[in-house]
Design a binder for this molecule. Structure first.
Ligand SMILES: [Zn+2]
Length: 201
């Protein structure tokens, strides 16, 4: 499932960023991990990733590939995505790890929505089942992390109320959920709010 990089990463190895620069994203990442939305399956394969916008040009900081299983991350587990090009299927990134395999999807959201500053890709079986085809849903034939997924996300942002509701699921990527917002807090809250409904019913 997760961990297979579909795009061609143009990765430049670079030292970890100073801790102050990853402190906020890391705090929210730990929170999302505790909610079970980032984590690992019994076979050890990790899932979920988180990013935060760095500038208006679309650069963003994202958790690294295959880090979902780790309860706590540090600066060595984050990298900067400089640019993503779905047409060429390339992601240019720099840091101590390769960018998450979902980087192209995160980039699609930042590129389409200047107001969005944080994106979370989570997995949650029950939430996914409940939300599938009830909220904006990426078509089943679109595989995760692909240029087609980037195009599908842009389609949802333009053709549905997703830009306002800030959460969608992926039919072809089981348990996959994306939430976003103007801040890491808002993106996390968006997921939390949906989980809350499960327990209220
Ligand atoms: Zn996933």
């Amino acid at each position: 499932m997760e961990g297979y990089i579909k795009f061609k990463p143009h990765w430049t190895a670079a030292p970890a960023l100073p801790y102050e620069q990853i402190e906020e994203i890391n705090r929210w990442r730990t929170e999302v991990y505790r909610l079970g939305l980032i984590g690992a399956y019994p076979d050890g394969i990790g899932y979920g990733n988180i990013s935060v916008r760095l500038d208006a040009g679309g650069r963003f900081l994202i958790s690294g590939s295959a880090t979902g299983d780790l309860p706590e991350l540090d600066a060595r587990h984050y990298c900067v995505v400089q640019s993503a090009d779905p047409e060429r299927n390339t992601v240019v990134c720099e840091g101590p790890v390769v960018a998450s395999s979902e980087s192209m999807s995160h980039a699609a959201i930042y590129g389409e929505c200047p107001e969005v500053c944080a994106v979370i890709h989570a997995h949650h079986r029950e939430l996914w089942r409940r939300l599938l085809h009830r909220i904006p849903t990426a078509r089943a034939e679109v595989t995760y992390g692909s240029p087609e997924m980037a195009g599908e996300i842009v389609r949802l942002l333009r053709e549905t109320d997703l830009r306002r509701t800030k959460i969608f699921v992926t039919a072809g990527h089981e348990e996959g959920i994306f939430a976003f917002g103007a801040s890491l807090e808002e993106a996390t809250w968006r997921l939390r709010d949906e989980i809350k409904h499960i327990f209220l019913e």
